[in-house]
Design a protein. Structure first.
Length: 333
């Protein structure tokens, strides 16, 4: 039995246990909503980190503490179980408990996106249904990639179509080639944009030409493009992206929401100045130091970062100093 299918089997009992327990004068940026829009994704979504105790158990009390602080920031919603949540390292029951915990703390006017992508279509459907039952509003479905050589456009269109057909909640495609080694092909995105239950895509590849084409080619569809990183957020908005799912929002959530606001108000010079200050810190907590760097930076801004799960290793003292220097050089510390 495939690993992804084995992981999906315990989800139903875990869910049952959980139930027992417990939107002037400047040119404004606008993203027109088609007539079929049921969920508006415009705005900033932090892909939450998963807090672990010193013994590497999920620390739900620390999670709730971070959520209380995030409640004061005008996020459109939160993402649970994305790449920055160490999703591959969580057991099935932990994934469901994360969604349930966040849903309880999240106001109903804020969206909860939950990662449900697995390697097989069957396991992805199972997990997507379970995430919906646990309280997710939208399923964020990463590309299957283990057999990436066989993941043709036709295979991926078939996969996502079956998932979207079976999902009780809208689906957002998730392309993150830095982790999967696979870019969801543009032709596949354009075909899937026509599906009534596929709401949009989170594109983390950073190819602005590709993102602009997605917006342009799907302008007649009920489809929204989300920038997958703070480093190219302004450029994405300038081309018509709806919002951003940005790791840096775990640390600098308010400035990213301010960037979103400036773009929508057409205050481009202010937005450009702010974007410039965000680029180096974003690189530091994504490509340079990854999740260990992101969690360390969170601690400097009053959040709980804590350890990662092995085999992810903590930063060395010189790396910590380099990371701190990056934030200081851009006037964040």
């Amino acid at each position: 039995m495939a690993l992804s299918n084995r992981l999906a089997l315990p989800l139903r009992p875990a869910l049952a246990a959980l139930r027992q327990a417990a939107p002037g004068q400047h040119r404004r940026l606008s993203t027109p909503s088609g007539p079929g829009h049921t969920l508006d994704l415009r705005g900033i979504f932090p892909p939450l980190t998963t807090p672990f105790s010193p013994t590497q158990e999920v620390d739900y009390a620390r999670l709730e503490g971070n959520l209380r602080r995030y409640a004061s920031i005008p996020f459109r919603g939160l993402v649970v179980l994305g790449s920055n949540g160490e999703y591959p390292y969580l057991a099935p029951h932990e994934r469901l408990q994360m969604v349930s915990c966040v849903r309880r703390a999240l106001p109903r006017d804020r969206l909860l996106l939950a990662g449900s992508g697995c390697e097989s279509t069957q396991a992805t459907i199972e997990l997507t249904v379970s995430m919906a039952e646990a309280g997710a509003d939208v399923a964020l479905v990463v590309t299957p990639c283990y057999y990436r050589g066989a993941m043709t456009s036709a295979a991926l269109v078939q996969h996502y179509t079956e998932v979207a057909d079976a999902s009780p909640i809208p689906v957002v495609l998730y392309s993150v080639p830095a982790n999967t080694g696979l870019d969801l092909p543009l032709e596949a995105v354009l075909a899937l944009a026509q599906h009534p239950n596929i709401l949009g895509i989170k594109d983390s590849g950073g190819d602005i030409t590709r993102m602009g084409l997605m917006v342009h080619k799907t302008r007649q569809e009920d489809f929204q493009v989300l920038a997958g990183s703070a480093g190219f957020l302004l450029a994405s908005y300038a081309l018509g992206a709806s919002g951003g799912v940005c790791a840096l929002a775990n640390v600098l959530g308010a400035p990213l929401c301010q960037l979103d606001h400036l773009c929508r108000e057409g205050r481009w010079q202010e937005a450009r100045d702010l974007q410039h200050r965000l680029i180096e810190p974003n690189v530091a907590v994504t490509r340079r130091f990854g999740i260990p760097g992101l969690k360390k930076a969170m601690e400097w801004f009053g959040y709980y970062g804590g350890p990662c799960r092995a085999p992810l290793a903590p930063l060395s003292p010189p790396q910590v100093e380099e990371l701190r220097g990056t934030f200081s050089a851009n006037s964040w510390l």
